[in-house]
Every structure is written in C-alpha cells, then in structure tokens.
Design a protein around this ligand. Structure first.
Ligand code: S3P
Length: 182
C-alpha cells in the first residue's frame, strides 16, 4: 500500500508528506518535483512555455510511474484529481488522504506567491475561492479520509495521518505489538 496526499494547493501536502515518509521509513514521491526534474523546468515555467494541458500529460505519466511503487508516500499536485485515470491508479494501491484548510488560510499562505500559475489572475482571491469550491468536491469524493488542518501544525497533521494509516491496518499498531510481547 501507499499513502497518497491529495488536496488544494498550499495545504502542505509536501511538508506533511516528507515528515510522514520519515516516520514510516518509506520513500517520498512528490509529483510536482518529479515533473520538474523530468522537464528540467519549474512548474510555472512549464505552464508558461507549454501550457496547462501539457503539464497535465506529464503529471499523468508521473502518476503512472509512481503508482507502480509500494510503501511510499505520494504528495500530489492539487490538480491530480481532475483526471479519472490518475484517481483510479492512485486508489488501486493507495490510501487517499485529503488534506484541507479554510480558503482564507490558504490564501494567506499562497495567495501572493508567484509559483502557483493558476492564481496568476487579476483577482487571485476570487480565483482561489471558486477553484476551492469546485475542487473540494472532487477531493472529498475520491478520498478515504479528510483531515482539516486549518488549526493543525505540520507535526499534528502528521500524527493524524499516521493514526489513520494505522487504523486502516496498513502499518502495525505498536500497542498491539507490545501486547503480544507481554
Ligand atoms: C496545481 C497545483 C500545483 C501544481 C500546479 C497545478 C493545481 O501543486 O501541480 O501549479 O491544479 O491545483 P500544489 O498543489 O503542490 O500547489
């Protein structure tokens, strides 16, 4: 099994994913980073030079590649759920954990940063809010669990992810192990 983090841009999938991978002693795959490495370009450069459709094709290729792995944490780009085949592949051997935050907090975290090409509009706040509304529906529909981390630190979120992974029996509960050792 894999642990797949999905959710809107800026909710911390990469930072939570890194720490979860450390805790689980699994590898971390970040789809945006893999795309950037494969293209030797940043995500904004890819959008600017090739457009969104091209980026989505690359994203699909990368998803196909990483989902062949086992015991890894996959931090996805916010738009990965737009493609049904991506979702099917990720679900095949992965627990899909949806990280969310209130759109206000997300805006404070990323609203003015230039590395999100989809927010390069006249009114990034409005763009974010309308994108958030349509995307949240998709994340909720395809995820196994939603973790609202509006008030949770990275560490607290990691704790919740690990608890969830345990509750699905993907990793062993150390209390069970202790009980058997007694
Ligand atoms: C996108 C989210 C970004 C990145 C690209 C498109 C999206 O990833 O893949 O800018 O469509 O929501 P993050 O979710 O890591 O910001």
């Amino acid at each position: 099994m894999n642990v797949v983090l999905i959710g809107f841009m800026g909710v911390g999938k990469t930072s939570v994913g890194k720490k979860c991978a450390e805790r689980l002693k699994w590898s971390l795959f970040d789809t945006d980073t893999l795309i950037e490495e494969a293209c030797s370009m940043t995500v904004p450069e890819i959008f600017a030079q090739h457009g969104e459709a091209w980026f989505r094709e690359m994203e699909k290729t990368i998803v196909e590649r990483v989902t062949k792995r086992q015991e890894c944490v996959i931090a996805t780009g916010g738009g990965v759920v737009l493609d049904r085949e991506n979702v099917d592949r990720l679900r095949q051997n992965g627990l899909l954990i949806h990280l969310t935050m209130s759109p206000e907090v997300i805006f404070h975290r990323i609203g003015r940063h230039s590395e999100r090409p989809l927010l390069q509009t006249e009114n990034p706040r409005l763009t974010l809010e309308s994108l958030f509304r349509s995307r949240e529906r998709l994340y909720r529909a395809c995820s196994d669990v939603t973790i609202d981390r509006t008030r949770l630190s990275v560490e607290e979120t990691v704790e919740k992810v690990i608890e969830t992974v345990r509750s699905y029996g993907i990793i062993e509960d150390p209390r069970g192990q202790l009980a058997r050792e007694k």
